[in-house]
Design a protein around this ligand. Structure first.
Ligand code: S3P
Length: 436
């Protein structure tokens, strides 16, 4: 079992010893992106939907709480969540604010739905979320007739009833599944067709789960949506989160004599960028028991210790592995050759400025890291045996540098580790289960 040292201040700082071996089998929580969408789609559909293996992270709980305030009945049982959806424009006006916590997906996707309702709603969030850009959804939703005011394009959002909600043709200026999904959810409320044009592919869960018509053209992928696509109740199985698996994948790859089986992981093609890239870096990752006959494909991953070499990430790959870049940079530290990241300025607008957070933490190792507006570059070996890292309140930074701590000779410490609860409250127990 992986040893864990005593905390300094309650759970403010967690300390980790070097891990000797990773072995065994893990089942991880349901994918966060799919879980948010399963809840929102079920909430819109009139009648009973059932969601299996939903994420137990705080972000998805935030979506559930907002939907409950909008009159949706959600029952959480041991193995499933039952949602009694309201039907077309039948959400109830909320009493009080809708608090989205730390979750960008909750705010942005819900705004698409709320812009088309006949009541006013106010969406707020925690400090991190209150600093994140909302112009990217406000602009297209306003073009559709949405009446949204904000604090200089940041939270809180005040969404008033729209007088004339109408479809748009919209070419996404940024590769963002949240923006795309906000417009698609809004488009479900228009008689005529909305067209969203995407030039660089981003995760495609919304169009798949709503079974929308899509077309690949020279101008990019066009997604069509109208009221005829409004969802009916259904059952969803949420495969395990590939972004959560990423930390265990890297830990297993970089720990000698290790072999880990991760069950039922989402293998959606728009989320496979990380695994595909690691394979280019010579990572030994195999798939087993793949089930492609579902809306969201999944399968088991078998990961074995590997000797990695760094390979550049192309501009097109970035949206496909955007959430995995912090842990990819940890892998890059142990891989042969230079790690050079470009075209990733979107990282600055996540739960923290992830370029700044990664650069800060890598510099704790006394290595030379150059920060660029859209990435960073380093080509150096570990010069220290232990280090103190900061999470910046960002779950993906906390988990990435926990993994790094467990790879260092004398271990390491992560300040603000608790934020892992945003996507994976049981991260520590899972590490203890498979780490020796
Ligand atoms: C998400 C999309 C991505 C991703 C986020 C979840 C989603 O954000 O980083 O963690 O569920 O749609 P962007 O749409 O801002 O790229």
């Amino acid at each position: 079992m992986a040893s864990r040292k005593k905390n300094y201040f309650q759970t403010m700082i967690e300390s980790f010893d070097k891990i000797k071996k990773v072995e065994g089998e893990l089942t991880l929580p349901g994918d966060k992106s799919i879980s948010h969408r399963a809840l929102m789609i079920s909430a819109m559909a009139e009648g009973k939907s059932v969601i299996f293996n939903i994420s137990n992270g705080e972000d998805v709980k935030s979506t559930g709480k907002c939907l409950s305030k909008l009159g949706v009945e959600i029952t959480d049982t041991d193995d499933k969540v039952i949602v009694k959806g309201v039907g077309f424009k039948k959400f109830a006006a909320p009493t009080g604010e809708l608090f989205a916590g730390n979750s960008g997906t909750t705010v942005r996707l819900l705004s698409g739905i709320l812009s088309a309702q006949n009541f006013q709603s106010v969406i707020t969030g925690d400090n991190s979320l209150s600093q994140r850009p909302m112009k990217r959804i406000i602009e297209p939703l306003k073009q559709m007739g949405g009446d949204i005011s904000s604090n200089d394009f940041k939270l809180p959002l005040i969404i008033k009833p729209s007088i004339n909600f109408k479809p748009i043709n919209y070419k996404l200026p940024v590769a963002s599944a949240q923006v795309k999904s906000a417009i698609l959810f809004a488009g479900l409320h228009c008689e005529d067709e909305t067209k969203v044009i995407e030039t660089i592919p981003s995760r495609n869960h919304t169009e798949k789960m709503l079974n929308l018509k899509t077309e690949n053209t020279e101008a990019g992928k066009i997604i069509y949506v109208s009221k005829t696509d409004y969802p009916q109740p259904s059952d969803f199985f949420v495969p395990s989160d590939i972004s959560t698996s990423a930390y265990f994948i890297v830990l297993s790859l970089l720990t000698p004599n290790s072999s880990l089986l991760i069950k039922n992981v989402s293998l959606n093609e728009s989320r496979l960028g990380f695994i595909n890239h690691l394979r280019k870096m010579c990572a030994k990752i195999d798939f087993e028991n793949v089930n492609k006959n579902t809306i969201e494909p999944y399968g088991d991953l078998i990961v074995k210790s590997s000797k990695l070499k760094n390979v550049p990430v192309s501009k097109k790959e970035i949206p496909n592995l955007i959430d995995e870049i912090p842990i990819l940079s940890v892998a890059g530290l142990f891989a042969e050759g230079e790690f050079n990241l470009n075209n990733a300025s979107e990282l600055r607008y996540k739960e923290s400025d992830r370029i700044k957070a990664v650069v800060y933490n890598l510099r704790r190792l006394n290595i030379d890291v150059e920060e660029k507006p859209d990435g960073f570059i380093f080509d150096d070996n570990l010069k220290v045996n232990t280090a103190d890292f900061e999470s910046f309140g960002d779950h993906r930074i906390a988990m990435s540098f926990t993994v790094l701590s467990m790879l260092m000779k004398d271990g390491g410490r992560v300040e603000g580790f608790n934020c892992v609860r945003i996507s994976n409250p049981d991260f520590m127990e899972q590490i203890q289960k498979v780490g020796e």
